[in-house]
Write a protein that binds this ligand. Structure first.
Ligand SMILES: Cc1cc2nc3c(=O)[nH]c(=O)nc-3n(C[C@H](O)[C@H](O)[C@H](O)COP(=O)(O)OP(=O)(O)OC[C@H]3O[C@@H](n4cnc5c(N)ncnc54)[C@H](O)[C@@H]3O)c2cc1C
Length: 286
């Protein structure tokens, strides 16, 4: 492990100025459940570690029916998991952060850290994308926001500029008659990264699908929008046969690889199984 300088800025502006000064060689520290492991195993060797815990206002988790949900950069997965508003209105996100690591890890790990880590198996990304979430960035030029879908640009890669950090995530207010489901598949129930994950959000009006989002996790370098599967369902009366057709389309949308956790063939097969199951579950809880 290489030595690094440890800094504790008191404001976003100070944090951004420090990041700029370090020219891309600094790492932001939130819960540390990814970063500290990477540093210890020498996968990452930052010159500076910038702990953002002293910056006020970043621990806010707030919901209102007009604007939706705001998740500050220091809000832990455990806080999201136990929030009544999240469980009530953003059920797929609630499930993703519940079937996540251990309770000890969830008490430290932040949702924003999970998004910034941009791991192909990150559990929060797929439901955040089906919920149309945006990431809010703060940098020397000021603030900007970007859909989570566009924020993750590759495995472990994001759209963050070297002087930027994430201040919070927002999710629009939930639409009526919408069922949201996330199913994570792994070899174990606990302490397991996803072999395949599927998030579905489906809005149904008088039997017709008026809006749908299907996002696949751990079957590509970034979360994959199953656009062909969505097109099968959109503006049509939802039946079991159509759900099966959408599941087959999702299998074509996936771009899985073989690794220690599963073969590409198995992952593709499970995308079909889980997509069909997630659609059925989402329709049940509308
Ligand atoms: C035992 C164990 C089990 C795990 N199980 C799961 C699991 O089931 N599912 C899953 O998805 N993940 C899992 N993880 C991974 C990890 O817990 C999550 O990715 C976590 O949410 C990261 O959040 P953090 O606050 O700890 O981030 P940190 O480790 O502090 O940071 C992670 C990355 O994000 C960057 N970062 C953090 N905050 C910001 C910010 N505000 N602005 C810019 N960059 C930022 C950091 O620089 C770093 O690159 C597990 C980890 C461990 C150790």
């Amino acid at each position: 492990m290489r030595a690094f300088e440890y800094l504790e800025p008191a404001t976003l502006a100070e944090a951004s100025a420090l990041l700029h000064r370090c020219g891309g060689r600094a790492s932001v520290l939130a819960g540390g459940t990814d970063l500290l492991v990477q540093i210890k195993e020498s996968h990452r060797q930052p010159s500076h570690v910038i702990n953002i815990k002293k910056i006020p206002g970043m621990d806010v988790l707030a919901f209102n029916p007009a604007d939706g949900l705001r998740i500050g950069a220091l809000v832990t997965t455990r806080e999201v998991e136990t929030s009544y508003a999240v469980r009530r209105h953003y059920a797929s996100l609630a499930k993703a952060v519940t079937d996540f690591a251990s309770i000890q890890v969830r008490n430290r790990a932040t949702v924003v850290g999970n998004v910034c880590r941009a791991s192909p198996s990150a559990d929060s990304l797929a439901p955040l994308i089906t919920d149309h979430a945006s990431v809010h960035l703060y940098g020397l030029q000021g603030s900007r926001s970007i859909p989570v879908e566009d924020f993750v640009t590759g495995a472990g890669k994001t759209a963050l500029a070297p002087d930027e950090l994430v201040s919070h995530i927002t999710i629009p207010a939930p639409a009526q008659h919408t069922g949201k489901v996330y199913i994570k598949h792994g070899r174990r129930m606990q302490m397991e990264l996803a072999t395949v994950g599927v998030a579905v959000s489906i809005t149904v009006d008088r039997g017709h699908c008026t809006d749908v989002g299907i996002v696949l996790a751990a079957v590509g370098p970034t979360p994959i929008r199953a656009r062909h599967a969505e097109a099968v369902l959109r503006h049509r009366p939802v039946t079991d046969a159509l759900a099966l057709q959408a599941a087959h389309a999702a299998m074509e949308d996936a771009r899985p690889i073989s690794d220690v956790r599963a073969s590409a063939e198995y992952r593709r097969e499970m995308v079909g199984v889980l997509t069909r199951r997630a659609i059925a579950q989402a329709l049940e809880i509308l």
